[in-house]
Design a protein around this ligand. Structure first.
Ligand code: ADP
Ligand code: MG
Length: 607
């Protein structure tokens, strides 16, 4: 009785399905295994990983390698993706106008508006004067509080204060009237004096409302519509802060400069078009759809985009030992994003969220290297190795083992580097497509939008829900419910936002509130997977109309995600499509579709 191993080499994982065949039927599925792919998909560097995965599956089923009749590989046309980020705006402060920084403990609550005056000048202010006191380094908080109280007693309307040291709370606690105070302003000596300014501090756990709103700033400073336009970058930079200072200085001081990001040239079946990266993701994707299927993408020389596209080509050319000129970029996915970046000219290390466009690109090459993988395996194992067919076709076969499915059926294989769609008609004909952008891009977006600089942490944020540790015995889950613990939690997670991994809680080092992290996570998933689900299904749909698809099964690692499947299902429901996560062989969940399909393709039915 033949024993067949289906081997699916993916960008991220290599999966095995081992089965015993009898009389043209799968008699028994023996084992599955999954390991991280070694090397880049479709190159001989995959061989060590394949061997480990095979050994594991063989061992699980109590067999030995020599009992394998045949190993069937997917025709993994090497698809590599690369990701790049192109920042398209830059906030520059030319005069010292803004302190948008977020000290951990500002003092007081509310909004104060007045003229900035030096601490030393407070004594000479006239009664009724609205002022904001600027407290330099070296002033003791007791002295600061006393002097402000005296001024208040004289009838000076001290509206707020800006301080160098981390003592806002200590000062406020000693004042007769509570005022908002922003502290830890490193370059306090640069805060311009005798200018109209505004200080806002929100309640703990809240964010500012007035200075993060252009109309709020316009109200405070009595701005004209023209001037209001100018303060948009300030307002944007302050969104999400608990405290902020805005000083009105004479001239256009904060600029949002557009950084020329360069053009990309898309060549496709329906023509050739240039598109400015600065135009944003929606416009880029419109252009992609206009000319698709894409034959190649070029970037304007000397730009970052070009650098990235060339890098993809270069890596692929080296890995496959094929000429650089043959490396064609066959799809790109652009997503609008933002990156926290240090504001030039800021006074307290302020960050602004700059607009950026993230790009995933994909190169496909010939199947040549697959044969090399097959040859190496045969040599090592003395087993017959067959390259069995196009991945998407195999995935469909595997997906059809999900209970309750039947032809016609479409699948969405959401992996790490690419999103693949395929459709099988009643007459068994299959159409498929590979598109750039999947789980890795989501991780990249989370990593950069939260400024984490830690890919593994971003990957964990993507995969697991969040909670806020409210006491040593309970956490509040992201849906608002509370979970109690019998034993106290480790002290280092106290009061932090944590990732609830199966192996325990991981505190997130950055200072972002839970809602923000959750929002970034969900938006990243939507922008990648909903976009790619719609465009890939439209490409394989009969007559190009996505409404002609009835059933969609979601497979691949990203279909395991705890919220992606629901997001895609929701989006497709608008088109009357029934969609759900696959359950391969009724046991494997959305995993192992391709490997299972490879085993089934041995049975001789042509797909
Ligand atoms: P490929 O076929 O390209 O090898 P996979 O189907 O193995 O890809 O999917 C890999 C992707 O799935 C990665 O981006 C990984 O982060 C993601 N992934 C794996 N498990 C989960 C999970 N539990 N939740 C969310 N994403 C997951
Ligand atoms: Mg895959």
């Amino acid at each position: 009785m033949p024993i067949i191993a289906g081997v699916d080499i993916g960008n991220s994982t290599t999966e095995i399905c081992l089965a015993r065949i009898e009389a043209g039927q799968v008699k028994e599925y023996l084992a599955s295994s999954i390991i991280k792919t070694t090397g880049i998909k479709g190159t001989t560097a995959n061989v060590p990983g394949i061997l480990i995965a095979l050994e594991e599956a063989v061992k699980k089923s109590g067999l030995s390698m020599s009992q394998l009749t045949e190993i069937r590989l997917n025709e993994a046309t090497p698809v590599i993706g690369d990701l790049a980020m192109e920042t398209i705006t830059e906030t520059i402060i030319t005069e010292s106008t803004m302190i948008g920084h977020n000290p951990s403990t500002p003092g007081g609550i509310g909004l104060g508006v007045g003229m900035t005056v030096a601490f030393a000048e407070l004594g000479v202010q006239a009664a009724g004067e609205k002022v904001i006191c600027v407290i330099p380094k070296g002033i003791d908080f007791e002295d600061a509080a006393r002097t402000i109280n005296q001024a208040m007693d004289r009838g000076v309307d001290v509206q707020a204060a800006i301080a160098r040291q981390d003592d806002a709370v200590l000062i406020v606690n000693r004042l007769r009237r509570r005022i908002p105070i922003v502290d830890e302003v490193t370059l306090i000596e640069k805060v311009p004096l005798h200018m109209l300014a505004s200080v806002e501090v929100a309640e703990a756990g809240q964010t500012i409302k007035t200075l993060s709103n252009p109309y709020g700033i316009a109200t405070v400073f009595n701005l004209s519509p023209e001037e209001t336009k100018m303060v948009v970058p300030i307002a944007r930079a302050l969104i999400g802060n608990r405290s902020a200072v805005v000083v009105r200085t004479p001239q256009g001081d904060v600029k949002a400069r557009a950084i020329p990001a360069g053009f990309i040239t898309l060549s496709g079946q329906k023509g050739k078009t240039d598109i400015d990266v600065e135009a944003g993701a929606a416009k880029i994707m419109e252009a992609v759809e206009r000319v698709q299927p894409i034959f190649d993408v070029q970037g304007e020389a000397g730009t970052n985009v070009n650098g990235m596209l060339e890098r993809v080509r270069q890596v692929m050319s080296e890995l496959t030992a094929q000429p650089l000129a043959d490396m064609k970029i066959q799809d790109i996915l652009a997503v609008d994003t933002f990156v926290p970046q240090k504001v030039q000219g800021g006074l307290a290390g302020e960050f602004a969220l700059e607009n950026a466009v993230a790009l995933a690109a994909m190169v496909k090459t010939s199947r040549l290297p697959m044969q090399q993988i097959a040859d190496q395996l045969t040599e090592r194992l003395k087993v017959n190795v067959v390259i069995a067919g196009v991945e998407a076709n195999m995935a469909i076969r595997g997906a059809l083992t999900t209970p309750g499915t039947d032809k016609p059926l479409a699948i969405l294989d959401m992996g790490g580097g690419s999103t693949d769609a395929a459709i099988i008609a009643r007459d068994e004909r299959v159409f498929s497509i590979h598109l750039a952008g999947a789980g890795d891009m989501v991780t990249m977006l989370i990593n950069s939008e939260l400024g984490l600089n830690d890919f593994d942490l971003a990957e964990d944020i993507k995969k697991y829900p969040l909670a806020k540790v409210e006491s040593l015995y309970h956490v509040r889950l992201e849906d608002g419910t509370v979970q109690f613990y019998d034993e106290h939690l480790p002290p280092q997670v106290f009061s932090r936002v944590v990732i609830l991994k199966d192996t325990g809680m991981i505190p997130i080092p950055a200072d972002h509130p839970l809602d923000k992290i959750r929002h970034v996570r969900r938006e990243a998933k939507k922008r990648v997977f909903v976009t790619n689900a719609l465009r890939s299904l439209a490409r394989v749909a009969p007559t190009g109309n996505i409404r002609h698809i009835e059933f969609v099964v979601l497979v691949g690692g990203s279909a395991m995600d705890f919220e992606v499947a629901d997001m895609v299902t929701d989006a497709l429901a608008e088109y009357g499509i029934v969609c759900g996560r696959g359950n391969i062989r009724g046991t494997e969940g959305p995993r192992n579709a391709v490997a299972t399909g490879l085993v089934l393709s041995y049975l001789g039915k042509e797909v």
